[in-house]
Design a protein around this ligand. Structure first.
Ligand code: ADP
Ligand code: MG
Length: 292
């Protein structure tokens, strides 16, 4: 394999000091690192070089991630600073999102206020709009991939490992994404299964729901006599509700937006552009505390 985007040197450790691990995913480990010249902190995603049965898909995923990241520059997206191809692995030097995963923040706070959620979602909608305008579908939006850059709820979307530029040939049938966040059209076993921008809107809808109440709209844990549906059936039917008392204090515009995002029919689902114009989102302009 050749990676034209890489510097073919062993320079990573000359330029950067590797520090503690920040996180771990399917294919890579992420560490804090410091650029020696500038003292600037970055995240570095290290892909181990291994040989074995899983090798090909890992390398494919990596090339895809690099190609996508190289062309991306937006405040709500984790951007790529540098790449190194070393003997022990491939290193992607990324902008640091120093405050960790939105997931941990939700767990700590249990849920977000509407104003907090609005602040996060204006950024996410803008970041995804930027990607969608470039024909990139993220495909793996979930709280673990939404990273906080400060203590004021500035966020960046990470993990473009599954991102794929959509084009005529992208009518792929690969099943991917994380079950709870996956759009119904991905679960349908029809030949029409394909990745469109709409799958990101669905996943963002699931995340928005979780942010506002602290639990997911679709879950196998909801399985009971009254709700005899599996996770995948719930998703395919778009079957969820807003149980009291958790949703009592959340306003109707938020529920209306979630309803529009978690619409099973792809063609009637709200688009990212429409999300940015939705009354729940544009309230941000009226309230000075919500400016991003
Ligand atoms: P994977 O593709 O293996 O899921 P991710 O890019 O999602 O890898 O990274 C795994 C974890 O590492 C993230 O969930 C997060 O906790 C941490 N992480 C990733 N990128 C950054 C970053 N730029 N800044 C801070 N932490 C990060
Ligand atoms: Mg991830």
């Amino acid at each position: 394999f050749r990676y034209p985007a890489y510097r073919n040197t062993s320079a990573f450790r000359q330029q950067y000091t590797l520090q503690e691990q920040l996180g771990k995913g399917h294919f890579a480990s992420v560490y804090l690192c410091v650029e020696k010249n500038s003292g600037m902190r970055y995240a570095v995603k290290k892909f181990e070089k291994r040989t074995g049965p899983g090798e090909k898909s890992k390398v494919d995923g990596l090339q895809q991630e690099i190609a996508v990241l190289m062309g991306v520059s937006h405040p709500a997206l984790v951007c790529l600073k540098d790449t190194f191809d070393e003997a022990d692995g491939v290193y992607l030097v990324l902008e640091l999102a120093a405050e960790g995963e939105l997931f941990n923040y939700i767990v700590m706070k249990q849920k977000l206020t509407e104003a907090e959620a609005r602040k996060v979602f204006v950024q996410l909608f803008q970041g995804i709009k930027y990607l969608h305008e470039r024909n990139i579908v993220h495909r793996d939006i979930k709280p673990e991939n939404i990273l906080l850059t400060d203590k004021d709820l500035s966020v960046k979307l990470a993990d473009f490992g599954l991102a794929k530029i959509i084009g005529e040939e992208s009518f792929t049938t690969t099943l991917c994404g994380t079950p709870s966040y996956v759009a119904p059209e991905i679960l349908e076993s029809s030949t029409h299964r394909r990745y469109t921008r709409a799958i990101d809107v669905w996943s963002l809808g699931v995340v928005l729901y979780i942010c506002l109440c602290g639990f997911p709209p679709f879950s196998d844990e909801l399985y009971s006599a009254e709700n005899p549906y599996t996770l995948s059936q719930q998703i395919k039917m778009g079957r969820f509700d807003y149980p009291s008392p958790y949703w009592d204090s959340v306003g109707d515009p938020a529920l209306e937006l979630i309803d529009r995002m978690l619409t099973v029919d792809v063609d009637s689902r709200i688009t990212i552009d429409e999300c940015l114009e939705h009354p729940w989102v544009t309230q941000a302009e009226i309230n000075p505390n919500d400016s991003t």
